[in-house]
Design a protein around this ligand. Sequence first.
Ligand code: XIL
Length: 352
Amino acid sequence: MKRRQLLRHAIALPAALPGLASSRALAAIQGGPRVAFGIAAQTRQLLTDPGFRDAVVRECDILTPELEMKWGFVEENQGSANLAPADQMSNFARRFGKRMHGHALIWHKSTPDWAASQMMTNPDWRIIDAFIQRIVPRYAGVVESWDVVNEPFADNGRPDGLRVSPFLTAFGPDYIRRAFERARSLAPTAKLYLNDYGFLYDDSESEARRTAALRLLEALKKHSVPVDGLGIQGHVDLERTGTFRQETFARFLKSVADMGCAIRISEFDVREHETAIPVEQRDALVADATAAVLDVAADCPALVSVTCWGLSDRYSWLPLPSETAGLNRGLPLDSDLRQKPMYRALMKALRR
Ligand code: XIL
């Protein structure tokens, strides 16, 4: 992708919403955020929690369904089609002028049991094809980008760093090409992403994952497989921030961008461990970790958006070590929907 195309992708903001005093709108007046801001949410949260829904409408440009487009959710039993929640979210997005990111077509953890066992015993690409065909065209007008393959890397002893999943066992590494080509044929204008975690830290585990990702992207590009970019999940772990080095991460981002790939930070949040310290201190640690990662990302011209895996701690998927410790405070708004230092660190990075 050319730099100009990347920028166009980045600045296609939704129409302003009349009557909403949006801090995003304010930012736009003040020179405009360069990078779009997204969040993952569940339809149920949007439909049953008006305060949360208003915060989503006010704050975000792009919505990602946390569950509702996953294969196991849509087709728990072969032939079933639980699409109402995804339909409701896409209607919500249309109504409020939000862009949508589809998540995720191929993911070992969201593969229904029946499909995983069929792949292991009697591999038939048609079951995967049927799911992609069911979901991709249905949301063509509103989903502008897809995670086509999610979490393909793992330390499973393979030199290519690929995860030994039912997809790999059944179809070999070629499942990746097939999925991207099918998605492209059904969504000619959507941006198609490879998405994974574990690229952040300056240790041998992250280094191996970065190398595997760069090699795979290079091979896909070489064979003209229609991959538009890399989603870097960006789940930050406060226990590991000591091994985060901005130079290492920046170098990785540059290598991805140099291949003509767009970059999304796709599932940003911060996992806490220490809860026996004052809340202000916890929030400062979360904000510092956010700034450390996102300032580097925002300096990369290939970055098109940052999505947090949730907007408010109220619905964080991250557990704390003890149930009595309350909620993990690793999202931009607290459980009362108040902006935290993390929110300000995030917005500052997006406007860099
Ligand atoms: C998670 C959801 O947040 C949970 O509610 C669900 O139980 C499991 O999936 N990487 C991904 C996301 O790509 O789809 C995951 O979402 C979080 C890790």
